[in-house]
Design a protein around this ligand. Structure first.
Ligand SMILES: [Zn+2]
Ligand SMILES: [Zn+2]
Length: 460
């Protein structure tokens, strides 16, 4: 690795602190992002991994209110559990995006203020909506309705059915999710990102990047339909408070995430950067961004975040691609926090061998289709895999030796970002181990998390 080699930014999404992580979450973007980053480093590539937590969606306040508990105490507890899960699972990062850090908050509010003051982001008269009964600004968890594209029930963030953008302004039959009240118009003057103004740049990004088929089908909708205009901040009761000309507003949380991906690389590559221009300059070293995320966030990682980077002045297209996942079931039904139908990651990793948990979740990864975690399968996997991991000689009935090199090669190739397939990698690796080779293979170290990591930032 050389300092002149361009950096690939890998984004492990920031979990919202409205609950702990369960192993369904781990099986999706979290472990996958870590494995991909470790494998890329082992190939000598320069990567910068961003991880963190998300405190500013109003889902957090909604959760605390529904539990009738103090929101700060709740955030502290869930944060501790999430960080513990990261630690136990061996999920590493170079920059931890921390909305409770004053430097992060000042950076986000400063970036938006500079964008408005420089005229890169216009102020516009728009009509948002508030609840006519409880007065809440209807955004994100405060509003429910039906997706205007596919008709699935959705809140004011995105549609789990089709992955499209939703908001109080476009949902069909919207109502207040907190009290059931009707929306009433709320005229405001707020900073907006007119995504339609960035269509040419976005089309370049969409054509250049390596997207899974399901992501392409969401983008196909936006190819023909007008792109929405996104209010970047507005008056409400949760989120990072703005200052200067935006006093009285709070930053929209998905927009904050977009700003966090502008802030993160500079934090590692130009630690002294304090202005918009200095943070944008860090992108001279960046080759592009690869997101690990759930399908329902497609609009954000493929449309909004690249547009925010473009608006900030990052001149080159930034989207390299994404790795998405489907749902992971638990013993045949959806993980559910409210029904306590979950295996909490921090508790599970404390009571089981984290290496086998990592390997099994890769083996059973819900990527091409929904898969189902069962305790019986996990136990059978442990019994099968543990002796192979410990083997130093071929096991009886294992793979014929001459085939082992090809299996290992396939495992290594399956961990490239393009075509990333850890389920294939673990199968190839286990086969090679059964032939008595592979314990020093980069794929072994990446999948188990055993590799000693080189840090390029302030992570562990
Ligand atoms: Zn209401
Ligand atoms: Zn939909």
């Amino acid at each position: 690795m050389t300092e002149t080699q361009p950096v690939t930014v890998i984004v492990i999404p920031q979990p919202t602190v409205n609950g702990p992580l369960h192993i369904g979450h781990l099986s999706g973007p979290y472990l996958a992002g870590d494995i991909a980053a470790r494998a890329a480093r082992a190939r000598g590539e320069r990567v910068l991994t961003l991880a963190g937590i998300d405190v500013d969606p109003n889902y957090v306040l909604t959760k605390a209110e529904s539990l009738d508990t103090d929101v700060a105490d709740m955030v502290t507890g869930y944060r501790r559990q999430i960080e513990s899960a990261f630690e136990l699972a061996g999920i590493g990062y170079d920059v931890f995006l921390d909305p409770q850090d004053v430097d992060y908050q000042q950076a986000v509010r400063g970036l938006l203020r500079e964008l408005v003051e420089s005229g890169r982001v216009p102020m516009e008269d728009v009509t948002l909506h508030r609840c006519s009964d409880c007065g809440r600004t209807l955004h994100h968890s405060y509003v429910v309705g039906k997706c205007p594209i596919c008709g699935t029930g959705a809140n004011g963030t995105s549609c789990e059915g089709c992955g499209g953008f939703t908001s109080a302004q476009i949902l069909l039959d919207p109502s207040c999710a907190r009290c059931g009240g009707s929306p009433e118009p709320m005229p405001v003057t707020v900073p907006v990102l007119r995504l339609e103004d960035y269509r040419d740049r976005l089309v370049t990004e969409w054509l250049r990047a390596d997207w899974p088929t399901r992501v392409r089908s969401v983008l196909r909708q936006y190819w023909d339909a007008p792109l929405p205009t996104i209010p970047l901040a507005y008056p409400t009761n949760w989120g990072i408070e703005c200052d200067g000309p935006l006093e009285g507003m709070r930053v929209d949380f998905p927009s904050e995430l977009g700003f966090s991906y502008l802030y993160g690389p500079a934090r590692a590559l130009r630690p002294d950067a304090a202005t918009l221009a200095e943070r944008v300059a860090a992108w001279d070293e960046v080759h592009g961004v690869w997101h690990f995320n759930g399908m329902d966030n497609t609009f954000y990682f493929a449309v909004l975040y690249p547009a925010i980077l473009a608006a900030a002045g990052v001149t080159n297209p930034t989207a390299l691609g994404a790795t998405v996942n489907e749902l992971y079931l638990l013993e045949g039904s959806k993980f559910s926090t409210s029904r306590n139908h979950a295996l909490w990651a921090d508790e599970y990793l404390s009571s089981e061998d984290p290496e086998l948990v990592r390997l099994f979740l890769s083996w059973d990864r819900p990527d091409r289709y929904e898969t189902d975690f069962t305790d019986a399968a996990f136990r059978a996997f442990c019994e099968y895999a543990r002796p192979l991991l410990d083997a130093t000689t071929p096991v009886s009935g294992g793979l014929p030796g001459p085939l082992a090199t090809a299996e290992l090669e396939r495992a290594e190739q399956a961990l490239h970002l393009s075509g990333f397939d850890p389920a294939l990698a673990i199968r190839g690796l286990l086969a090679a181990l059964s032939a008595g080779v592979g314990v020093d293979a980069p794929s072994y170290l990446a999948l188990t998390g055993r590799a000693p990591r080189e840090s390029t930032g302030d992570g562990h």
